[in-house]
Design a protein around this ligand. Structure first.
Ligand SMILES: CC(C)(COP(=O)(O)OP(=O)(O)OC[C@H]1O[C@@H](n2cnc3c(N)ncnc32)[C@H](O)[C@@H]1OP(=O)(O)O)[C@@H](O)C(=O)NCCC(=O)NCCS
Length: 167
């Protein structure tokens, strides 16, 4: 039920992201919200930059996606989206666990600081929020996002990262 997305899934990934991202409307700062939330050009740039999407399919149809990207010495989980109508059924959790098994590197996840549901979701899967100073450092080091997005984001790290950061 979890499979690596192919070029043929591009339009479906785009649709799922923009359907699920409506959760941000009215929550993230107005200057960061636009429709569609992610354009096809931006999605293409992300894939070209090395984000590999995996998808959860039900009855042959993708209903959730999550991206994985190796950057320098860490792995980032990027763009986690489950169709609005299919939320809270364990699909995101299955995708997250699956992706986690795909890497032995420390894993970092960035999300909007105000997306408390996403932060709770990752915390329930063992990730922990890093401090404000650390998240700014990490976002600038590993992500290519505008400074304004850095300000408004939170970063969660897995146990491997915490262990390494204590060394
Ligand atoms: C964040 C997101 C990807 C999670 O996907 P999901 O499929 O809803 O995730 P799950 O169903 O595994 O888990 C969500 C909650 O449902 C609960 N749940 C899981 N299976 C359940 C079931 N069978 N019945 C009822 N609740 C269930 C879980 O306990 C979980 O609670 P938690 O978030 O407090 O840990 C999804 O909500 C989404 O797309 N949100 C909008 C976009 C977004 O915020 N993306 C994150 C970007 S970084």
């Amino acid at each position: 039920m979890i499979r690596r997305c192919t070029e043929g899934d591009f339009d479906t990934i785009y649709t799922i992201i923009n359907d699920a991202a409506t959760a941000y409307k009215g929550v993230i700062p107005a200057d960061r919200w636009h429709e569609p939330y992610m354009s096809k050009e931006e999605l293409r740039r992300e894939i070209d930059a090395g984000v590999i999407f995996w998808g959860y399919a039900e009855n042959g149809e993708l209903v959730g996606v999550m991206g994985i990207q190796n950057v320098q010495d860490v792995t980032l989980f990027r763009h986690a989206y489950v169709r609005t109508a299919m939320r809270n059924r364990g699909i995101g959790g299955k995708l997250l666990s699956f992706l986690y098994g795909q890497t032995s590197r420390p894993v970092l996840i960035g999300t909007w600081a105000v997306a408390d549901w996403a932060i709770r979701f990752y915390e329930n899967h063992g990730f922990r929020l890093v401090s404000a100073d650390e998240k700014n450092r990490l976002l600038r080091k590993y992500w290519s996002i505008p400074e304004r997005q850095t300000e408004m984001s939170a970063v969660l790290a897995d146990q491997k990262w915490w262990k390494r950061s204590r060394r």
